[in-house]
Design a protein around this ligand. Structure first.
Ligand code: AMP
Ligand code: ZN
Length: 113
């Protein structure tokens, strides 16, 4: 838990969100600035800054992140979707708490983010 991290504060219910999924280790909520009709963020409850961080070198964390994505898309009846993880400011990462973007609800253009 990082007190200055917006996603940690969402996880701790200190900041409101539109939650779509939660289990012991992950939470999914609607992106506040959606880039597609469906735009859901899947975040581990553990504060890991980004995929390339040494703290992310955890097969259970990374495997379960994709399994959480599978549960969310099934729950939301999303057959086709795009999954994006931005890593580092140069790649567009603005929140330094690992998260996967699920984008769907439109036919995807070649580039969206
Ligand atoms: P990234 O640019 O990959 O770090 O993605 C961060 C995402 O978090 C952006 O798409 C933001 O719109 C989203 N975001 C930031 N603050 C919030 C919030 N309080 N609730 C929901 N989504 C947020
Ligand atoms: Zn955090």
């Amino acid at each position: 838990m990082d007190d200055n991290c917006i996603f940690c504060n969402i996880i701790k219910n200190k900041v409101p969100c539109t939650r779509v999924y939660e289990d012991d280790s992950f939470m999914a909520f609607v992106d506040i600035n959606p880039a597609a009709p469906v735009h859901i963020l899947v975040v581990p409850k553990r504060h890991v800054p980004m995929l390339s961080d040494p703290a992310a070198e955890d097969p259970e964390l990374l495997g379960n992140l994709l399994l959480a994505v599978r549960k969310v898309v099934k729950q939301e009846n999303l057959k086709d979707f795009r999954l994006i993880i931005n890593n580092g400011a140069g790649a567009g990462q603005t929140v330094f708490h690992l998260h996967a973007h699920i984008l769907g609800g439109i036919r995807m253009p070649e580039k969206l983010l």
